[in-house]
Ligand binder design. Sequence first.
Ligand code: C2E
Ligand code: MG
Ligand code: MG
Ligand code: MG
Length: 280
Amino acid sequence: QAKGAGRNTLRFFDPRTQANVTARTLLEAGLRDGLRDGQFLLYYQAQIHQQRGIVGAEALVRWQHPQRGLVSPAEFIPVAEASGLIVPLGVWILRTACLQLVEWARDPQTAHWTLAVNVSARQFRHSHFVDEVLGVLEETGANPHRLKLELTETLLLDDVEDTILRMDTLRALGLGFSLDDFGTGYSSLSYLKRLPLDQLKIDQSFVRDLLTDANDASIARTIVTLAHSLDLGVIAEGVETQEQRDMLASLGCHTWQGYLFGRPGPADALVQSVASATTW
Ligand code: C2E
Ligand code: MG
Ligand code: MG
Ligand code: MG
């Protein structure tokens, strides 16, 4: 046992752990500099309705690192969360998204588009979150009815009373809410019914093997049925093929997002894709 304990003690000095800690600290410092130096940008990915074409977009943050190039949010959002930097970064994301909405509002071709913004847990729970959203809306003049927040199940259910309070306040301003990555968490149906949501977003993990995995197909079908019975909209993410799109349509999901319709990219690319679009 002494040996075992010794091993555990030694683990503290594990150079791999040490390397991880160092990497994390460096990344954190980099994020701080990046925020100061304007290294972040938003990409936009179209959301398509079967009859209406582009109905909006999702904003996806990117980090343009001076040495590393474009860094994926999967890598830096968790670090931004853990360090609390997600709070100022989140405000920047909201402001940039709202400025984009203001720009779209000037063009009749894009004026009706909604913009979905991902919000992470620490950002949402921050004591000033609701005030910050309010402030950004006032400052930018964006139409709150065009702004949609994407929240996850774990975030929503962490403190349901607090969640409902915040959602109700924002909802009164006109904001909408989409439940991101739906099906991967632990939503109980009674909570789902209480939350003031507008839309469920079928997680891409169920879309991926929709045509070959009967379980995924029945999960997708169940989510669509659930959305309909709760009077919510439903969108599928990660739609990459025509076959997936057709299958989703046959299951009753007529709004989609994914590489089939366009990769996330600069706002200009999205506006240009409207011009080239024929039918979906
Ligand atoms: P998410 O919100 O579920 O976003 C969907 C992810 O799927 C995005 O990855 C998107 O680029 C990717 N995607 C879109 N279409 C397809 C497709 O057809 N196939 C496949 N395989 N993937 C597709 P991305 O941009 O790397 O973002 C990853 C995650 O990082 C997001 O997942 C979200 O949780 C987080 N994130 C991104 N931007 C923000 C942000 O502004 N704020 C916060 N808090 N989190 C963000
Ligand atoms: Mg999302
Ligand atoms: Mg998602
Ligand atoms: Mg996802």
